[in-house]
Design a protein around this ligand. Structure first.
Ligand code: ZN
Length: 404
């Protein structure tokens, strides 16, 4: 089913001589032409996140001549970003990502205007940040922000282009329930966030850097189509890219008449508490971790006592082998989380009767809290996990180790 929508943006009055020269390869495409390019010039697009997806998206939006580009980003450039966030360079490490992205954009195209929103998007500011933009390109990497973006965009009637990446897999779609009656929103596709701990973030699970370019460019492609009113937008379509198989698929996404947001009887009629809705950890994990979380400084102390024979415990790293090979807490043994879920791990642990304490850790403390709930359920009542995981260990105890 193909769909034609009116352009989102009215054309600007004119293009300058410089602009005509710069955008000539667009101008000679009949579907874009002078009018399409003037629409891009008049367009205001907000990109959420100047990270993996935001990097290529921002650079190509700027190069294409989108007149006003907003960047919502509060983070700083870290060395581990540079593997994929190509809008930042080595000399930007430690700088504000928003400012670094702006500098790169103006180097690509000084004719566009860049607006920085250097604050963490939350319920208090999201509506005022979004207001006035014609379109949003969402490059966020967490579920709480995604649902907030979806809801706020819906309430303001702003269409948005969504993208998501993980390891070798990418997805993209356009959510614009206010543009067409049958157009779905993100909640129509994903009514519920995944159970906490089930879907690792890119920081936990990794992402192939170049995948960002594939998905980010699809997002910009859709943005340009919507702004200029050309082609058939990915409304009601989910684009799925499998980089390992080099396979693109396009699935139909239907509007859900029972959608909590855009359905016939909505229950979400204002912004909600997205952190609680998505839950950083599951309820059972949160309960298990309450009162059973130790700090890395406590762990360091415990490890010294173990060395001196004053204490006995098993330190279990529940990450995956490839993570264990990057960095580790000395004296830990690796038993990946999956082994606890399928029950095999219990055979490798001292029995409950042995009375030996089990200390768990992962990268940041989410997976280890999930495993802690399993262990407590199996009778290991004195088991604990390390808050902040190996990230906190490297930051606070052993900065000589690499982080990821
Ligand atoms: Zn919906």
């Amino acid at each position: 089913m193909s769909r034609e929508l009116p352009p989102l943006v009215e054309p600007a009055a004119e293009l300058t001589v410089d602009e005509v020269r710069r955008y000539s390869r667009h101008l000679i495409i009949p579907d874009v032409g002078m009018t399409g390019q003037k629409r891009l010039k008049n367009a205001k697009v907000l990109v959420i996140g100047a990270g993996g997806l935001g990097s290529p998206a921002l650079l190509y939006l700027a190069a294409a001549g989108v007149g006003t580009i907003g960047i919502a980003e509060f983070d700083e450039v870290d060395e581990s970003n540079l593997q994929r966030q190509v809008i930042h360079g080595q000399s930007d490490v430690g700088r504000s990502k928003a400012a670094s992205a702006r500098d790169s954009i103006l180097e690509v195209n000084p004719l566009v205007e860049v607006v920085l929103h250097e604050e963490r998007l939350d319920n208090d500011n999201v509506m005022s940040v979004f207001e006035g933009y014609d379109l949003i390109v969402d490059g966020t990497d967490n579920f709480a922000t995604r649902y907030m973006v979806n809801d706020a965009a819906y309430f303001l009637g702003i269409p948005y282009v969504w993208g998501s990446i993980y390891r070798f897999d990418g997805q993209a779609s356009v959510f614009a329930p206010t543009l067409a009656e049958d157009a779905p929103c993100y909640r129509c596709l994903y009514p519920e966030p995944p159970p906490p701990g089930m879907v690792p973030s890119c920081a936990e699970g990794g992402v192939l850097g170049v995948l960002c370019a594939a998905i980010g460019s699809i997002q910009v492609n859709e943005a340009i189509k919507l702004l200029a009113g050309i082609g058939d937008p990915a409304i009601g379509k989910l684009v799925i890219y499998d980089a390992l198989e080099l396979e693109w698929r396009k699935l139909r996404v239907r509007k859900d008449p029972n959608c909590a947001l855009c359905g016939e009887h909505p229950t979400v009629t204002g912004l909600i508490d997205y952190e609680t809705f998505c839950g950083a950890v599951s309820q059972s994990a949160a309960e298990a971790a309450a009162g059973s979380t130790i700090s890395v400084t406590t762990l360091e102390h415990m490890l010294k006592e173990r060395e001196n024979g004053e204490r006995d415990f098993v330190l279990v790293d529940v990450r995956e082998l490839n993570e264990f090979e990057i960095n580790r807490i000395p004296g830990s043994v690796l038993i990946p989380k999956g082994e606890f879920i399928n029950g095999n791990a219990l055979a490798d642990l001292p029995s409950v009767d042995a009375g030996q304490q089990v200390v768990l850790h992962c990268k940041s403390g989410v997976r280890s809290a999930e495993v802690l709930a399993i262990l407590k359920g199996a009778g290991y009542s004195d088991a604990v996990h390390v808050g902040g995981g190996v990230v906190a260990w490297v930051n606070q105890i052993d900065p000589s180790q690499p982080s990821y």
